[in-house]
Write a protein that binds this ligand. Sequence first.
Ligand SMILES: [Zn+2]
Length: 271
Amino acid sequence: MSLVERFEHGGVEGLRVGRFTSRINTTCIVYRIGNTVIDAGPPNQWRLVRQFLSERQVGRLLITHHHEDHGGNGAAIRREFGARVLVHPAGRPFLARGFEVHLYRRLVWGKPPLFEPEDMPDEVRTEDGVRLRAIHTPGHAEDLACYIEPDRGWLFTGDLFIAAKPRYLRSDEDPIREIESLRVVLTHDFETVYCAHRGVVTDGRAAIQAKLDYLISLREQVRDLRRQGVQIGEITRRLLGPEDLLTWVSRGHFSKRNLVEAMARNGSHVD
Ligand SMILES: [Zn+2]
C-alpha cells in the first residue's frame, strides 16, 4: 500500500509518500515552493511524485543528501521535467557512481538510478523571490545540507532532525559531527522546521535545541559509564533499552548499540 498525503504550510507544499505507512521513518516528504522542489522522494514512489510535480513547471530540485529516499528520483525529475538538480559537492560521487543500499532499504524505498547532479550554489532564488541558502550539516550523511529561508524563518532539514530523542543510529552516521551541525544551524535565524520525515515542526528552533541537548547529555552518560568500566551492551540496555525489530530487520545496520558505540568511540574528543 502506498500513502499519499498532501499539505500546505505557510506557502510551502508537501507530499508525503511511502510504501510502508506505519512509521514516519518509512515515509518521506517532497517539498515544493513555486517551481523549486526540495528532495526527490524514493524511487518506488515515482508515480505519485511525478503526478504531484506535473501540476506545474519544475525549475530546480535541491537534494538535501544522497540517500535513496531523498535523491532517489533525481534522475527521473531531470529527465521528465528538464529541471536542474543540485546537491552538496560531497553528494555527487554517491549519486553519480552509486552507494551500498542494504536489502531492507531497497525493500522500503527501491533502488535509485545513477545520474550526474550539479553542485549547489550558496543561494538560490525561486520565481517568487524566496531565497534558499545552503548550510552544510554533516553527521547523518557526509553531504547533508539544510536549506534556510532567512526572511521567512524556514529551515528545510533533510534528515538533520527527524526526532528530538533518537534511540537508533545507522552504522555510517556520526552523532558527534551531528552535534556540531545542530550547533551550526542554531546560529542562524529560523523558527519553522520542514523535516523530510517528521513534517512541519512549528516550534522548530526549540525542537533542534532539544535534540542538541539530548545528544550532549547522552554522550556524557555514555562516557561516564565507560569510565566506570561498564560494557557497551550493558550501557545500551540501561540508557536505551533492548534492541527491537528494526535492528533485526536491518541486520544491525540500524541499532541502539551503534549510537552508544559512536558516542563512546569519540570519548577522547574535546570541545
Ligand atoms: Zn538520510
